[in-house]
Design a protein around this ligand. Structure first.
Ligand code: PLP
Length: 419
């Protein structure tokens, strides 16, 4: 028997949606107000902000704001109209691509309107039905969605597990030798939830044994890792073995847009075949001009990255020396693992925001296992050491309350209050 398409939306709102009644506007879709900086406003109260990916603190830098404003005034938000291939191509787009390619040590680069659609479409364009994809099981949703478009075989390997990768490469090789296709391996430079770097050195070392191409999503590594800030490939000394490099402007560059970089022949192929760019409007000029300015600052002002890492080290060492479990982070992403239920996690975060003025993201099941609370902190260059100390002290205090079962009582009250 048929039913109305929307019927199930009323019955089952999904693993996160089912908490909406308690979470909306507070834990999800919160409104952080005021200029993007280390301290912003949440429900009228100043909070130390640990949940924006403005790693280098450029979002509200006066020089960046000036260029953004001038570009908006000169071009508006329409220019250029049309897809790159048709009527949306400009000299400045080319200039930015050439500078990005130089910065990440590749021959050529191509701009993408958004990271998410961009990498999804990159995956789609790089493989045909006879090819095989092998990717890390913890890959970001945009990679997973790209893989979903693939009409051929795909295998996941256990997260950052090289033995599992090798096993799956053997399976992939068997398939590809039957179909006559090739193999694409995909990893992230930094896994954004827990902060570990992908084992890129070990991944590319397998090229000696297996014939594959390597796509790296370096959303969190670009601007934060490597001597020059060129990312996780530079940090691990294997950038030359990355066949297609991807980064977004939405993190270190504090903007919107993204790019891929590779050998010229490969970028040329992508320019002529990548559906998300062929059939969508070109990146707006104000974003292109803004990105040129930000890239220049990344390149010429290493003090932003130095300040970022001063804060990262202070925060991570402060948490560790206070006995917090911050897992195996090898990047700026700072997870704090606690034990508790989802309602306890909500009560704890409410307390952190309202009593301690600390705003961080909360990650719960199904993103991480049941019973674990992950508080995720993103240090930036705009934080101060005072912010760090205040936060570590607040964390010590909420942990004590959690262990005493206080949040269990709060959460019971919260759950019962509107039933
Ligand atoms: C690993 C990774 N890839 C891609 C993206 C998507 O980038 P954008 O925000 O530019 O769409 C993100 C953003 O969160 C990300 O973390």
């Amino acid at each position: 028997m048929m039913r109305d398409l929307f019927e199930r939306f009323y019955e089952n709102k999904g693993p996160l949606g089912k908490w909406a009644k308690y979470a909306e506007g507070y834990f999800v879709f919160p409104k952080l107000e005021g200029p993007i900086s280390n301290r912003m406003f949440f429900k009228g109260k100043e909070v130390i902000t640990w949940s924006v990916n403005d790693y280098l603190g450029l979002a509200n830098h006066p020089e960046v704001r000036k260029v953004d404003a001038e570009a908006a005034s000169e071009f508006g938000s329409a220019y250029p109209m049309g897809a790159r291939m048709m009527s949306g191509h400009t000299e400045l787009h080319e200039q930015l691509e050439s500078q990005l390619a130089d910065f990440v040590n590749k021959e050529s680069a191509y701009l993408l309107n958004f990271g998410y659609q961009g990498i999804l479409s990159t995956v789609d364009t790089l493989v045909g039905k006879d090819d095989v994809i092998v990717y890390d099981v913890d890959a970001h949703a945009c990679i997973v969605d790209g893989v979903r478009l693939h009409l051929g075989k795909r295998f996941t390997y256990k997260h950052n597990d090289i033995e599992s990768l090798e096993k799956n490469l053997q399976r992939a090789q068997k398939v590809a030798s039957q179909t006559g296709g090739g193999i694409l391996v995909i990893s992230e430079g930094v896994f954004g939830m827990r902060g570990e770097q992908g084992k890129l050195k070990e991944i590319v070392a397998l090229k000696a044994k297996y014939n594959f191409r390597f796509l790296l999503d370096d959303a969190h590594g670009f601007g934060t890792l490597g001597r020059n800030g060129a990312g996780a490939g530079e940090e691990q000394g294997i950038q030359n073995d990355v066949d297609v490099y991807f980064a977004t402007f939405a993190k270190s560059m504090a903007s919107t847009g993204a790019f891929i970089a590779a050998d010229k022949e490969i970028i040329d192929y992508l320019r002529y075949n990548m559906r998300s760019q062929m059939f969508a409007k070109s990146l707006q000029m104000q974003l292109v001009k803004g990105a040129l300015k930000r890239l220049d600052m990344l390149r010429t002002q290493p003090e932003f990255k130095a300040k970022l890492w001063e804060n990262v080290n202070a925060l991570q060492n402060g948490l560790k020396s206070n006995g917090f479990d911050i897992g195996n982070t090898q990047s700026c992403v700072t997870p704090v693992y606690l034990r508790g239920s989802i309602p306890e996690a909500m009560a704890l975060v409410k307390d952190l925001r309202e009593e301690y003025g600390i705003f961080c993201s909360i990650v719960v099941y199904p993103v991480i296992p049941k019973g674990i609370i992950l508080l995720r902190l993103i240090p930036t260059a705009s934080h101060t050491l005072d912010d760090v100390h205040e936060t570590v002290e607040a964390f010590a205090s909420i942990r004590e309350k959690l262990e005493k079962g206080l949040y269990k009582r709060f959460s019971d009250a919260l759950m019962n209050s509107d039933s």
